[in-house]
Design a binder for this molecule. Structure first.
Ligand SMILES: Nc1ncnc2c1ncn2[C@@H]1O[C@H](COP(=O)(O)OP(=O)(O)OP(=O)(O)O)[C@@H](O)[C@H]1O
Ligand SMILES: [Mg+2]
Length: 174
């Protein structure tokens, strides 16, 4: 019984780091320094009028801070897809964007129900989107692959019956 409980709540993990950036990412995550700017936004469940505002607000903030347009586009795509995923697939959560002078570190934390198989969720075309979500035009199964493509580092932690944590790092300098 004990084993079953432990297995049920064991979190699975997924990592993708662009080659050559492993040391920079590891060093950043180990240091945990205070960000220059923090933007925190709640993401409600299945409200697609509100979901998307967080990434849009973030884009405006970074534009004002003078972030390069190509980097800005990558951040906008990754944050939008991750924000919509929280609204579409979880009971709600929040998006925390930590801005530093050389990078952005975004965290998407929801309240479950979690992802049963993260490797499967990463496959282009895989989707569990329900009818309502599909009516809004989502559910192609391309959000997570798109986040991976546009991020320098992507870390996902989840399990069925647990919250999902999605962490994204994008450097401002190429
Ligand atoms: N925060 C989350 N909580 C629970 N499940 C998630 C979460 N994010 C993604 N998933 C799961 O991973 C699958 C794939 O996600 P992905 O973003 O690639 O596609 P999608 O959201 O279904 O469609 P699209 O992003 O193309 O509109 C989802 O269908 C869902 O099963
Ligand atoms: Mg998606």
């Amino acid at each position: 019984m004990q084993d079953f409980v432990a297995a049920k709540f064991e979190m699975a993990e997924y990592w993708h780091i662009n080659s050559g950036l492993e040391e920079r990412v590891k060093e950043f995550l180990a240091k945990k320094i205070e960000p220059d700017v923090v933007l925190q936004i709640d993401i409600p469940e299945k409200d697609f009028n509100i979901a998307g505002r967080g990434s849009s607000e973030l884009k405006n903030l970074l534009k004002r801070l003078g972030v390069d347009s190509d980097i800005l586009r990558r951040i906008a795509v990754a944050s939008y897809e991750a924000e919509i995923n929280v609204a579409a697939h979880s009971i709600g959560g929040k998006m925390i964007s930590n801005v530093y002078d050389d990078l952005i570190y975004m965290q998407f934390i929801d309240n479950g129900p979690g992802i049963s198989d993260i490797e499967q969720a990463m496959i282009p075309g895989y989707s569990t989107a329900d009818d309502l979500v599909r009516e809004f035009g989502f559910g192609a199964g391309l959000g997570l692959p798109n986040i991976k493509k546009n991020s320098d580092a992507l870390h996902i932690e989840s399990a069925l019956g647990s919250p999902t944590l999605v962490e994204i790092i994008i450097f401002f300098l190429k």
